[in-house]
Design a protein around this ligand. Structure first.
Ligand SMILES: Cc1cc2nc3c(=O)[nH]c(=O)nc-3n(C[C@H](O)[C@H](O)[C@H](O)COP(=O)(O)O)c2cc1C
Length: 270
């Protein structure tokens, strides 16, 4: 559900990029989307499996988040207080959802998009559907949103090249364990056959190192880069990555390791 289309991203980047997929009820549309990702030479498909129904997001409810946004006095006040941002938004053509608008019959604007996406998430998704996605996509497949050993094994059996242990940044099920809590058991279950990555709460290089020490092969970030983006645009995202990298480097030095591949749980203080 990105603002820019796969094709627009492909045109703008010179480095490998991935495509993240939610499986919708309209399987023809999903098959076409996967073909578009292949045609744009995405180097990996990330299938997210933990958002077939939307969690109850209390802050979104409280803030009245909606598609399209409701024009309220508060909304207008926010725009008036940020004139530079408002001018940039007026000048951009990226105000829709580029992979959907114009690609689904009847979805031409934000209003029809809101209605379409609300009824399109498919709550009946099963591992058979994930196998169908595997068949459609010949490239590297990452399955994101795994929180238990059984699902990790099923993802590995399906031929996932990597899994992401994730509870969607705590945005789905209140009361779910944290991803770092369940990581060690999942690594023990499938770590030899599949790469195990983790996300959720990674805010610093120390967080990255803790996850690696608990067996993750890689970590991903959500909010951290968004904070950088909000504070400083593209340069802010670069700065965010630099900060995390420097903290990782420094913490490794304090732990007496120089090679990330040599990090084990021995560096953790229990
Ligand atoms: C604003 C926002 C939008 C997100 N949208 C998606 C999405 O479209 N697909 C997806 O797989 N995960 C999405 N996520 C979840 C992230 O991919 C990631 O799992 C999570 O943010 C990691 O936790 P962190 O924010 O603590 O780093 C979103 C997260 C945020 C905060």
């Amino acid at each position: 559900m990105s603002i820019c289309s796969i094709e627009a991203v492909a045109e703008a980047v010179s480095k490998p990029f991935w495509f993240q997929l939610y499986v919708m009820r309209d399987r023809d549309y999903i098959a076409r989307l996967i073909q578009r990702a292949a045609a744009a030479q995405c180097s990996a498909l990330v299938l997210t499996v933990d958002l077939q129904i939307m969690g109850q997001r209390h802050k979104d409810i409280h803030n009245g988040l909606s598609t399209p946004p409701r024009i309220t006095p508060k909304f207008l006040l926010e725009i008036v207080r940020k004139p530079a941002w408002a001018m940039r938004m007026l000048g951009t053509s990226n105000r829709g959802f580029g992979n959907v608008v114009g690609h689904v019959p009847g979805v031409e604007n934000l209003k029809s998009l809101g209605a379409w996406s609300a009824q399109q998430l498919d709550p009946s998704l099963t591992w058979e559907d994930a196998a169908w996605v595997r068949d459609q996509w010949q490239g590297k497949l990452v399955i994101k949103g795994i929180m238990c050993e059984e699902d990790a094994r099923l993802a590995a059996e399906l031929g996932a090249d990597a899994i992401v242990v994730s509870n969607h940044g705590g945005r789905q099920l209140d009361g779910a364990p944290s991803s770092i809590q369940v990581l060690p058991d999942i690594v023990r279950a499938v770590g030899k056959s599949t790469e195990v990555w983790v996300d959720g709460g990674i805010r610093s290089g120390q967080d990255v190192l803790r996850a690696i020490a608990l067996g993750a092969k890689g970590t991903m970030i959500g909010r951290a880069f968004l904070y950088g983006l909000g504070a400083g645009g593209e340069a802010g995202v670069t700065r965010c990555l630099q900060i995390i990298r420097n903290e990782l480097d420094l913490t490794m030095a304090f732990c007496g390791v120089t090679d990330i591949n040599a990090v084990t749980s021995d560096i953790l203080y229990r």
